[in-house]
Design a binder for this molecule. Structure first.
Ligand code: ZN
Length: 315
């Protein structure tokens, strides 16, 4: 099976599963909610050299997924969706992946099942309607530069390269352009955007009037640049305790907006509202809660064993 065929089958399978699980195609895909509903046992562990493991159901045994709990949120989300893909296609066990596994091979040499699962992850997490809606919020029809892909990846909860690869499949970025952007280090984009050469924040959001009203999957350590000149000088804000306004912004000039750091964990969905000094103008977004250890579902104190696909119970 070539990648084109893998993507065709994966896009259909991903849309079917989203429909079956009641996962909307219009907003950020909560992969952990999908895991809860899809009938697989899920467990998180620190697993050096492994992203994740999929074990199909056997006699008297639930199907299950192990995720490496030490991974960052975007990698964890992608790996979880990859393993769900194996389950959806009824694949054999996947170890994704030991150092000598398929991950070291050129992508066109990957085993058939791995191509399918990998394509499934992209289509499940980045449905075309969500990608288009997010681009619109960024003021774009298609990405114009690497920085656009970076911003899109933050909103989608994907890695920079994962988002870029998917945009190529969606034909929103030409292959040769994508190859060039793939060489751009996200760190350089963050430095340019944040205006900070040293102690560059690990993730930098570029927010404008268009992104007002968005739900942002923020993480501890994020920098939020709010470009909102209509708020004037000395804007004020209301937000969760974990969010702090920079007294001296790096990227926006005085009177052009404000900057915020997410310095802690956001426990519950919260509003961040920035207002002009006279309180007549406002800008607001919703900050989604961050799992305190990036582990989502698997941070639950007890392992969640759900109904396995081969147990006879229909999902
Ligand atoms: Zn796999």
């Amino acid at each position: 099976m070539n990648w084109l065929m893998a993507h065709r089958t994966a896009s259909i399978a991903a849309a079917n599963l989203r429909r079956r699980l009641g996962v909307s195609e219009d907003s950020y895909i909560d992969v952990f909610a999908a895991l809860r509903r899809c009938g697989l046992a899920v467990m998180g562990q620190n697993m050096p050299n492994l992203f994740g493991v999929y074990l199909p159901a056997g006699s008297g045994r639930h199907g299950g997924i192990f995720l490496n709990a030490a991974m960052g949120e975007a990698t964890l989300r992608h790996t979880a969706a990859h393993e769900i893909g194996h389950a959806e296609f009824g694949h054999e066990r996947c170890l994704a992946d030991e150092p000598d596994s398929f991950l070291g091979m050129p992508r066109d040499k990957w085993p058939e099942q791995e191509k399918q699962a990998e394509a499934f992850a992209a289509w499940f997490l980045m449905p075309i309607r969500l990608v288009k809606a997010t681009l619109t919020r960024l003021g774009l029809d298609i990405p114009r530069e690497a920085a656009d892909v970076y911003q899109l990846s933050l909103h989608l909860g994907a890695s920079y390269l994962g988002a870029l690869r998917h945009l190529k499949h969606l034909r929103m970025v030409q292959p040769q352009v994508a190859d060039g952007w793939a060489k751009v280090q996200p760190g350089r984009l963050r430095t340019r955007l944040s205006g900070q050469r040293v102690q560059t924040p690990p993730r930098v959001w570029d927010l404008t009037a268009l992104t007002e009203g968005s739900r942002l999957p923020v993480e501890q350590g994020d920098r939020l640049i709010v470009r909102a000149p209509w708020l004037g000088s000395d804007p004020e804000f209301i937000g969760p305790d974990a969010v702090h306004m920079l007294a001296a912004p790096y990227a926006v000039a005085p009177g052009e907006g404000a900057e915020f750091d997410v310095t802690g964990v956001i426990d519950t969905e919260s509003q961040l509202t920035v207002t002009s000094f006279d309180r007549r103008q406002a800008w607001s977004v919703t900050l989604m809660p961050t799992p305190d250890d990036h582990r989502g579902l698997i941070a639950a104190p007890s392992m969640q064993v759900l109904v396995g696909p081969a147990s006879g119970v229909r999902r």
